[in-house]
Design a protein. Sequence first.
Length: 134
Amino acid sequence: MTTAVPTLSEDDLTSLLNRISQKNTVQSLIILDRSSGAIIRSSGSIAAHRDSESLVGEYAGMVWNFVKSAEEMVCGMDEQVNIEKIAVAARAPLISLQDDLKLLRVRTKRHELVIVPGKPYAPCSVSAEHSMSD
């Protein structure tokens, strides 16, 4: 059984960008293609920078690498859990539930990044530190 991957129309994508960008804490937004990491859209201060294409590309590359690394970690943890289940319940039927990466949040002294690696897009919002409480 195949699951249909939801797609967003151009209007839906624009609406998503506008909704997230209107939050007063969000400085920038980058939307990546979930399967390839290609930049679909960008907005905010990163996109408005004079070297925006280069800067957005750098951010997108770092975000994409982070998502892929986190995904590999989750898959590795999932494999380890399944190995332990097999060892403990050798006679019982094993149901393997593959875990999925849902949210990544990185908070530094200067920024907070929130990445939602769903399908078919992986939006990433960048907020400034002054907008966050400790």
